[in-house]
Design a binder for this molecule. Structure first.
Ligand SMILES: *Cc1c(COP(=O)(O)O)cnc(C)c1O
Length: 484
């Protein structure tokens, strides 16, 4: 490209880039899902920064030579680790358009289309998910697209601190704030507490319901009352819809009722599972959500949209600007002062923001809400079938009941929990080392567990069957070894 961007040169190079992406995706199943790479080897293979312009082809060649072999292929149909990070090709196109426009949507005035496209999207999507109208701009609330569920949790916490004591903006935190989570709550809440300067002493880990993993409303009530009695201030409660470890769904309604008695903000973290509410038959996961202050679900996990797109809604549309708005002279403008527009810079920590709505809009435009539901339903059906195989097989057991498209299992040796844990870990290591599939792990009740999260865009029955065959073969080998 010449010193001043040349659209015609771009046109030609972009065709080559699109071809490269299409070829990569077409051949993705041929790569080991997780590369076996020594630390430092990628850096050692990369060429130094050039002093003079280089042909663009050479960059693509370097991708083939260095980057692809050291990439974990999240878009592989045999990727079952963590939670999915869908980057559907429609979202890639939407992302190209967004980057092509290159706007900086920090305020309505700096790109009206960026702000209003996002407002329109989150309002309509709230309806599609079955969130109450009070979460829409039309209904007095509103939504935004943050970069991550971690950021969503952080800004919810800042709004909660502000509501609990607006003096927070001048005096800082007091040290008596308390934030309630469960042992399964995502670590991003602990990080938000740290970033906000509260210190981990502010984080109260509430006991689970007897015999389960969900946050217990009774234990929450006891903890909040004891804290309030001791002069501490309950500021925020975070129930999770679909915990990262096991997919546990906390009883949001009863938790919100308890929190309300203490005036605490309720932030629902539904980063992975919340999108399932697009399907009417799974909408019950949102039970009680009308009682909460903020609700977050990631489009960049299971909703076909490339990172970064975390959807956050609040019932009080003024809460985030009240907590976060700061207006230096150079950002003043008549539209903001009229009060008639939303300035999304006041809904997030950074000032600048990308046109994130476009990639999600591209996905929904191309697939329709029906297509999104089919995507989710397909994975849930596969997980149901997979969980059935686990239950019926004496070599394995479910560690917890299946949650939507997440299945947690472990190996049964018949020789005690230590032997089971060791065997389960070895089975995971064997499957991952083979490169033909990738699964990740967690620990549940002290026991080592394999998580199978079905959710890549291209995963079909054949990939789930192949994973099951791999797990069975690995279990046979490990069980035989441990007997000899
Ligand atoms: C993945 C996950 C997060 C973190 O999501 P990011 O968008 O990567 O910050 C938070 N909470 C839950 C329940 C998750 O599964």
């Amino acid at each position: 490209m010449t010193d001043r961007d040349d659209p015609e040169e771009f046109r030609a190079l972009a065709h080559a880039v699109v071809d490269w992406i299409a070829d990569y995706r077409a051949g993705i199943a041929a790569h080991p899902v997780q590369p076996q790479v020594e630390p430092g080897s990628v850096r050692a293979a990369l060429s130094p920064l050039p002093e003079r312009p280089q042909p663009f082809d050479a960059l693509l060649a370097e991708l083939d030579r260095v980057v692809v072999p050291a990439t974990t292929h999240w878009q592989s149909p045999s990727f079952f680790g963590y939670f999915p990070a869908n980057a559907s090709l429609h979202s890639v196109l939407g992302d190209m358009l967004s980057t092509g426009l290159g706007s900086q949507g920090m305020m309505w005035a700096t790109s009206p289309a960026c702000t209003e496209t996002e407002q329109h999207l989150v309002d309509e999507l709230a309806g599609a998910l079955g969130l109450p109208e009070t979460f829409t701009f039309t209904g007095g609330g509103g939504g935004t697209i943050e970069d991550s569920a971690s950021s969503s949790a952080l800004v919810a916490l800042l709004a909660a601190l502000h509501r609990a004591d607006p003096g927070w903006q001048t005096d800082g935190v007091r040290g008596d704030e308390r934030i309630y989570v469960s042992a399964e709550t995502h670590s991003s809440l602990a990080k938000a507490v740290r970033v906000a300067g509260l210190g981990s002493k502010a984080l109260v880990v509430v006991d689970p319901e007897p015999g389960g993993h969900a946050l217990s409303p009774d234990a929450l009530a006891a903890a909040m009352s004891a804290d309030a009695g001791a002069g501490l201030r309950p500021v925020l409660v975070c129930p999770t819809i679909g915990t990262t470890g096991t997919g546990t769904i906390d009883p949001v309604r009863r938790i919100a009722e308890v929190a309300r008695e203490h005036g605490a903000w309720v932030h629902v973290d539904a980063a992975w599972a919340g999108v399932a509410a697009l399907c009417p038959e799974h909408r019950s996961v949102l039970d009680g959500v009308e009682l909460v202050d903020s609700f977050c679900t990631d489009a960049h996990k299971w909703l076909l949209t490339a990172l970064d797109a975390s959807l956050l809604w609040v019932q009080d549309g003024s809460a985030l600007p009240a907590a976060l708005s700061l207006t230096p002279e150079y950002l003043r403008n008549p539209a903001s002062e009229s009060g008639a527009v939303v300035d999304y810079r006041d809904w997030q920590v950074p000032l600048g923001r990308r046109f994130r709505a476009l990639k999600l809009r591209a996905v929904i435009h191309a697939r329709g809400l029906e297509g999104l539901r089919a995507h989710l339903r397909g994975h849930i059906a596969l997980a149901e079938e997979f969980a059935g195989w686990v239950t019926a097989d004496p070599r394995f057991t479910l560690a917890v009941p299946r949650s939507l498209s997440l299945v947690c299992l472990r190996v049964v040796t018949g020789r005690g929990s230590e032997a089971d844990d060791a065997a389960t870990r070895q089975v995971l290591e064997r499957v991952n080392a083979s490169g033909s599939a990738f699964v990740s792990h967690t620990v549940v009740d002290g026991r080592y567990v394999i998580r199978v999260a079905i959710g890549a865009v291209t995963t079909g029955p054949e990939h789930v069957t192949a994973l099951w065959d791999q797990l069975c073969a690995a279990a046979d080998a490990v069980l035989a070894e441990s007997r000899s």
